[in-house]
Design a protein around this ligand. Structure first.
Ligand SMILES: *Cc1c(COP(=O)(O)O)cnc(C)c1O
Length: 363
């Protein structure tokens, strides 16, 4: 017998494990495993989605024109250099496939977002994971890892799952230390949640050169993970490359309409940031009081550190017994941690109560 064989590098990929959403026997599930926004979809986005039903026989606008214009207006960016995708994952994949390849290297930090590793291997790159300091990307170590074959450096800022942030000056230092032919991908999936003042999601570096791309998403603060919409801001030359390889109708008609409406929802981002900032602090304080270390986070999630993998596993089981799903971190080489999304006030209270009870029993 013989069979078709994929390129060998593909067999080194472990399929992405999404946050779980079901528990056997639980009648109410509290899903805090995928960093989805705490408030559900914006009401205007639900209306736009429903209205799109009458147009489902039509192909969508392949250039996502109205959406790019709305994004450009909202964030003060040139719509011609915005490319939309079916989630930012799609754009990350195309960027890495287009600029990586056999014989090249992709550099990322040790606990960086797992999609860079998956897409890098798919492209045939050697993926280099660089040790962090205090669960924060280390610019000096990243630069030291760069070699003559390096083509890509991917950085989520803030990073998922650690929540850590590099200030603007550090990201600028990273870019300045990279050769001009290395593409720097700054993944701003959580940018809207950041309240730190010395932060830039990447647009300034995109504008300043020819070799930096910023990716963003509607899946987190805008509450549209199920619609699959992301976007990236990039130099015109790189946009031209991505338009050659992306699927011509990559963002469906309902997703484009819902995303435009989400941007127009009055006060949505402000309300979400205020809730997130307040409840991230409250939940962190309750876990710390219960004896669990919490890593400082700039995103809509926290990384709870139980010290050992065994204890994190028992905590996870105790949460599941109460219908609460959080994210195990073995795939990120942090098996002693659990990542917990900031949900509603009630959900934050439930997860805090459950962990406090677990810690009280666990001694
Ligand atoms: C959630 C997330 C994304 C993207 O998601 P899409 O739903 O594909 O837009 C990208 N990067 C990071 C770091 C994320 O956490």
């Amino acid at each position: 017998m013989s069979w078709p064989e994929p390129r060998p590098s593909i067999l080194s990929i472990e399929a992405y494990t999404p946050g779980e959403s079901k528990l056997e026997g639980a009648n109410r599930i509290v899903k805090l495993s995928s960093n989805e926004g705490a408030f559900g979809p914006p009401p205007a986005a639900m209306q736009a989605f429903a209205a799109a039903a009458a147009q489902l026989h039509r192909y969508p606008d392949g250039d996502s024109t109205a959406l790019r214009e709305a994004i450009g207006a909202r964030f003060g960016l040139d719509p011609a250099r915005i490319v939309c995708g079916a989630g930012s994952d799609e754009l990350l994949l195309h960027l890495i496939m287009a600029y990586g390849g056999e014989g090249t290297e992709l550099v990322m930090s040790a606990h960086g977002f797992v999609m860079y590793d998956i897409a890098g291997r798919y492209a045939g790159c050697r993926v280099i994971k660089v040790p962090e300091r205090n669960l924060t990307a280390d610019v000096d170590a990243l630069l030291a890892a760069v070699g003559p074959r390096t083509k890509l450096l991917c950085l989520a800022n803030p990073n998922n799952p650690t929540g850590s942030l590099l200030p603007r000056a550090e990201v600028e230092r990273l870019r300045a230390g990279l050769r001009e032919d290395i593409l720097l991908i700054l993944d701003g999936a959580y940018a809207e949640y950041v309240t730190a003042e010395d932060y830039d999601a990447g647009a300034a570096l995109v504008d300043a050169g020819s070799n930096t791309v910023m990716t963003r998403t509607f899946s987190k603060i805008f509450g549209l993970a199920g619609m699959r919409v992301g976007w990236a801001y990039m130099p015109a030359r790189i946009a031209d490359i991505i338009h050659r390889v992306r699927s011509p109708f990559n963002v469906n008609i309902a997703a484009q309409a819902a995303a435009v409406a989400a941007l127009a929802e009055p006060g949505w981002v402000e309300r979400s940031v205020a809730h997130n900032t307040e409840w991230r602090a409250r939940l962190s304080a309750r876990l710390e009081a219960a004896g669990v270390k919490v890593w400082p986070s700039h995103g809509n999630f926290i990384l709870a550190d139980f010290g050992t993998a065994a204890r994190a596993g028992r905590a996870d089981a105790a949460l599941r017994a109460r219908g609460i799903i959080v994210r195990g971190m073995t795939a990120y080489d942090l098996p002693h941690c659990l990542r917990i999304t900031i949900g509603t006030a009630e959900e934050c209270g439930m997860v805090a109560d459950a962990i406090a009870a677990f810690m009280a029993d666990a001694v």
